[in-house]
Design a protein around this ligand. Structure first.
Ligand code: DAH
Length: 357
């Protein structure tokens, strides 16, 4: 082969290389094309091997021709590598739909919620899973719903248990959430499963454990054949879910005019696990839930036949529960409007619904 032939061959090779590289649509194809022309076993590499067959004085020129061809094909390869990579990146973006500007934004979880609200949301979710609905009632209530319909007639000594704020109109600020029991029974009839969280008011002297404004959650389940064992099962589950672990419960007799029999439900002390400590006054138990079987007079006041239906009710001290759960020692902190008492979403258990606040 003389120099002229070599020049022709190299020109042909460069054209072939350009065509092969243009045809390459993927990096895989590009690598194959490059290996065919460059590299030790490629066409140009093979021609390099012929260098020795040329006359000594021609070798410098042959070397230059080979190197120049090698450089041009190398440049072509680099150019096509860039082309393939950039078109692949564009295809990736289009395929993965990395950013859709038309989607509605996700609202950030901003701010914190009041400890009572945090526990209230949690309790609502637990009961909604059990088929209970969440009801509300008015804070300014008729004497009838707050007392009479709940089997607490005028002059009944039980009225003294709750120091009432009376309004000039003869109405009152509800002293408990129990009036919602009557409202719900009248509205929905039986069978019925409701809880009613809300604010209550009593004429109390403020101290670390007494407030004139506090929260309760009333619960009511009415159906055919409801017994004390249904009540224990539901309330035991409630305590397990709220505190996130198994705690023992026990029932003691308790008197409330609207239930018969009435109970106080205690749970084993969180701090000493029932061994006895200062918090539980050495008893190993903490009083959490007054409850009982709905009194027949109350069912009747709600328009429900006590011969056909029975039910249980409970009145949970939401404020006290929030204090226990978040280790708040002084109840007054909760109504101060002090931002430091709020619960950031990260400390709340259960799904956070901060969007709704
Ligand atoms: N309403 C009562 C209170 O505030 C609490 C209560 C006790 C509610 C027993 C109930 C119940 O539903 O069954 O003191």
């Amino acid at each position: 082969m003389d120099i002229g032939e070599l020049e022709q061959k190299l020109a042909g090779l460069e054209q072939d290389a350009a065509r092969a590289l243009e045809a390459a649509a993927s990096l895989e194809e590009w690598r194959t094309a490059r290996a065919r022309f460059l590299g030790k076993k490629g066409y140009i590499g093979a021609l390099m091997g012929t260098l020795r067959s040329f006359e000594r004085e021609q070798r410098a020129q042959v070397g230059q021709l080979l190197n120049a061809a090698n450089r041009r094909v190398t440049e072509l390869c680099a150019e096509h590598e860039r082309r393939i990579k950039s078109s692949q990146a564009a295809a990736d973006v289009a395929g993965a739909e990395l950013f859709d500007p038309t989607l509605p934004g996700r609202r950030p979880r901003l701010g914190s919620v009041h400890p009572v609200t945090a526990v209230q949301w949690e309790i609502e979710q637990i009961f909604q899973r059990l088929g209970f609905t969440v009801e509300t009632g008015p804070e300014m209530e008729f004497e009838y719903y707050n007392f009479e319909a709940l089997n607490i007639p005028a002059m009944h000594p039980a009225r003294d248990m709750q120091d009432t704020f009376w309004l000039k109109s003869g109405m009152l600020l509800r002293t408990h959430t129990s009036p919602v029991q009557i409202r719900a029974m009248k509205r929905f009839g039986a069978p019925l499963r409701v809880i009613a969280p809300g604010r209550c008011f009593r004429c109390e002297t403020l101290d670390a454990s007494h407030e004139n404004t506090f929260h309760q959650v009333e619960g009511l389940m009415i159906d055919r054949g409801i017994s004390v064992s249904h009540m224990i099962a539901v309330l035991h589950l409630l305590i397990r879910e709220v505190f996130g672990r198994e705690l023992k419960v026990r029932l003691r007799p308790g008197f409330f005019p609207f239930v018969e029999p009435g109970f106080e439900l205690d749970m084993s002390c969180l701090l000493c696990e029932g061994k006895g400590c200062a918090t539980c006054k050495r008893s190993g138990w903490i009083e959490v839930l007054p409850c009982g079987m709905v009194h027949p007079n109350v069912l009747r006041a709600g328009g429900i036949d006590p011969h056909e239906f029975t039910g249980f009710a409970f009145g949970l001290g939401l404020t006290r529960l929030a204090m226990m759960k978040y280790g708040i020692r002084d109840i007054r902190v909760l109504n101060l409007g002090d931002l430091r008492a709020l619960v950031p979403p990260s400390r709340m258990s259960g799904p956070v619904i901060a969007e709704s606040c």
